[in-house]
Design a protein around this ligand. Structure first.
Ligand code: NAP
Length: 298
């Protein structure tokens, strides 16, 4: 049954409100899920280390307070559901959530990654209604994550070759997740969400450069050079290595297809990369930093 945002009366005089915990609730997809639920009148609890109560994946004593009074959860693991060991933590959280009374779990997972599929299985096994939202490379990585700095510096160096990727907009991911969190017909489904077109990273960076009206180029690099460049910028070595491993795993052509999921679930087309690039450019996020051009990445 669809969840309603209305008050639910339990055992006489006590009123409780069905609430959704949105993990990574200040991140690329989570903050959009928070807005989408709030716009529909669903009470939301933001899952974040800075929220009250705080939620920290690395401190499981924070999980139970965050789950109190919650009946549904958007599960976006940090740093990544595809990183080694993620499934153990995601499974422990999902089991606790169900023990705390959560009846609906919506997991964000990476398309084509083995550990992310183990996360999916762990959520499926937890005993609640579940929906998996699988996504490709999130478009907003270019403007709301570390790639923004590379775009501003003018060289986006990544170990991803020239494979086609159906870049997936965080707005589409969030809208599909909100539909699954609130509506009927999503339980036991895997929603494989992609954008409407395949683009190589060179294509994507070209569209960003055109929208930002400046020179920005894509530079294919080896995983080793990528890791060295990230750690040189202060990124922890473990994270950099795991990210390089994930990129090597999924950018081999296995994700080079588009799906009709957004159209099917939402009744509208997915957001095109060019529309994203135009709107992001207008915010100034890709404007060149003042001063001399930065050293090319790596
Ligand atoms: N990036 C991609 O291209 C991609 C593609 C497919 C799937 N995914 C999946 O997307 C998920 C991440 O979602 P996202 O990209 O929307 O998030 P994100 O933008 O990476 O958001 C980071 C969020 O995680 C929170 N966070 C950071 N460290 C945390 C910790 N130790 N404990 C709890 N929360 C923490 C941050 O909040 P605070 O700093 O306030 O705590 C923030 O809300 C991953 O599980 C990944 O598997 C990503």
């Amino acid at each position: 049954m669809a969840r309603g945002p209305a008050l639910r009366w339990t055992g006489g005089m006590t009123a409780t409100v069905s609430r959704t915990l949105v993990l990574a609730g200040t991140g690329k997809t989570g903050r959009r899920v928070v807005s989408g639920l709030a716009a529909r009148g669903f009470p939301v609890r933001v899952g974040s280390r800075r929220a009250d109560p705080p939620f920290d994946w690395q401190d499981d004593t924070t999980w139970e307070p965050a789950l109190r009074g919650v009946d549904a959860a958007y599960v976006a693991f940090y740093p990544d559901a595809a990183f080694p060991g993620a499934a153990g933590t995601v499974g422990a959280f999902a089991n606790l959530a169900v023990a705390c009374g959560v009846r609906r779990l919506v997991l964000l997972a990476d398309r084509g990654a083995a550990e992310a599929e183990r996360c999916e299985q762990a959520v499926r096994d937890a005993g609640a209604e579940w929906t998996v939202v699988r996504a490709g490379f999130i478009t907003q990585n270019f403007s709301e994550a570390f790639l923004a700095e590379l775009v501003r510096a003018g060289v986006v160096a990544l170990p991803v070759g020239d494979v086609g990727e159906p870049f997936t907009d965080a707005e589409d991911i969030a809208d599909v997740a909100v539909a699954a969190l609130t509506g009927d017909g999503h339980a036991g489904r895997i929603h494989d969400v992609t954008g409407p077109r395949l683009l190589t990273f060179a294509d994507a960076v070209g569209e960003i450069a055109a929208a930002a009206r400046r020179e920005v180029r894509y530079l294919p690099v080896t995983p080793e050079r990528f890791v060295a460049a990230l750690t040189g910028r202060g990124v922890p070595a473990e994270y950099a290595t795991q990210l390089a491993g994930l990129l090597a795993e999924v950018f081999d052509g296995r994700r080079a297809e588009v799906t009709d999921t957004v159209e099917r679930v939402l009744g509208r087309p997915p957001r095109d990369f060019a529309d994203y690039a135009r709107e992001a450019a207008a915010t100034g996020v890709w404007d060149a930093p003042p001063g001399p051009p930065a050293e090319p990445y790596a």
